[in-house]
Design a protein. Structure first.
Length: 331
């Protein structure tokens, strides 16, 4: 390989949590291979949350990347309007260009989660570890890559501390979260962050991880009684839908979004969740990555969890990937 090797990731599906899982794996590849530059274009909409430079800016300033790729990416990904359909279209166009370009290649690893066809050399999974990167990619070409199966889990474990530092949440979000959390900490021995997923979980995985609010309350109280019986525990409630937090026991507290009702404030909820001493909830990349960034234990909720006994995942990201239930979300 001569010069810098560029891998441009275009699509893998999902919102903040999913994109962070994707990006963690891509970061691990770059950390293991110093001569490789990995660019995650889907992270364009979330880079500000983690104090990262815009991927498009990174592309434009990148040494050695052909100007044709710079122009196409800036034109497609840096426009004022970015819709879900435009993301599908952008990825499809860039992959098609890489096929006809003598300097590029199009590689697909697993499900692309796009509604438009993406052409390229296909693998069921692209599992990267030490010394196998170029079994999948041509070291002399720009590799335009798509798919949920582009993974480097052994490297994620190896570089977990460095990845955590790289992707820490921007201080603007952390500061507001700390201010909101401060009075709760003052009255608590332990702050439990409870992540409630409703909306899409009514149908995701046939609804098996959808629990009504009253059932969440029973589960949370059971966990506290069995695992922290002698502590003054406050439970911060994080949810993608409004919940009647004020109608239950005083130990249940509203998160930032639940407190002011602003659904667009989810980055503040993400920041506050990462600051909790324990995070508990059903399978979700949102809660898993918050636990990873906060280096906080993750407590899974799933059907019949009370009868099977409460578990604690001390290495949230890599343990969740191999968990029989959390592995449904963290892949």
């Amino acid at each position: 390989m001569t010069g810098k090797k560029h891998i441009i990731y275009t699509s893998g599906g999902g919102r903040l949590g999913n994109q962070l899982v994707n990006y963690a794996n891509l970061c691990a590849i770059e950390m293991e291979y110093p001569g490789v530059s990995v660019i995650s274009l889907p992270f364009q909409d979330y880079s500000e949350i983690c104090s990262r430079d815009s991927p498009v800016s990174y592309v434009v300033d990148s040494d050695g990347l052909p100007n044709s790729y710079k122009h196409i990416i800036k034109h497609l990904w840096d426009g004022p309007i970015r819709t879900e359909y435009s993301r599908f279209y952008n990825a499809s166009v860039l992959h098609a260009f890489s096929i006809v370009s003598s300097k590029g290649e199009s590689v697909i690893g697993g499900d692309t989660h796009t509604q438009l066809p993406i052409l390229g050399r296909e693998y069921e999974e692209i599992a990267i570890s030490e010394e196998n990167l170029f079994q999948f990619f041509d070291g002399e070409k720009v590799s335009v890559v798509s798919g949920w199966g582009v993974r480097a889990w052994p490297l994620v474990r190896q570089y977990s501390d460095k990845i955590r530092d790289e992707l820490q949440i921007d201080n603007n979000y952390i500061s507001k979260a700390e201010d909101h959390l401060s009075p709760v900490r003052e009255e608590s021995d332990l702050v439990l962050g409870a992540h409630i997923r409703h909306s899409d979980y009514r149908t995701w995985m046939s609804g098996q991880y959808f629990f009504p609010f009253v059932e969440y309350i029973d589960l949370l109280e059971d966990y506290v009684e069995k695992r922290h019986p002698n502590k003054n525990v406050s439970i911060l409630v994080f949810s993608d839908e409004p919940q009647p937090v004020g109608e239950v026991d005083n130990k249940f507290k509203p998160s930032i979004c639940q407190d002011d009702g602003a659904e667009s404030d989810y980055p503040y909820d993400f920041a506050e969740l990462s600051l909790c001493d324990r995070i508990i909830g059903p399978p979700s990349t949102f809660s898993t990555f918050a636990a990873f960034l906060g280096n906080s234990p993750l407590v899974p909720i799933y059907p019949h969890v009370r009868s099977k006994g409460w578990e604690v995942l001390k290495e949230p990201l890599t343990e969740a990937k191999n968990h029989p239930h959390f592995g449904s979300a963290v892949k």
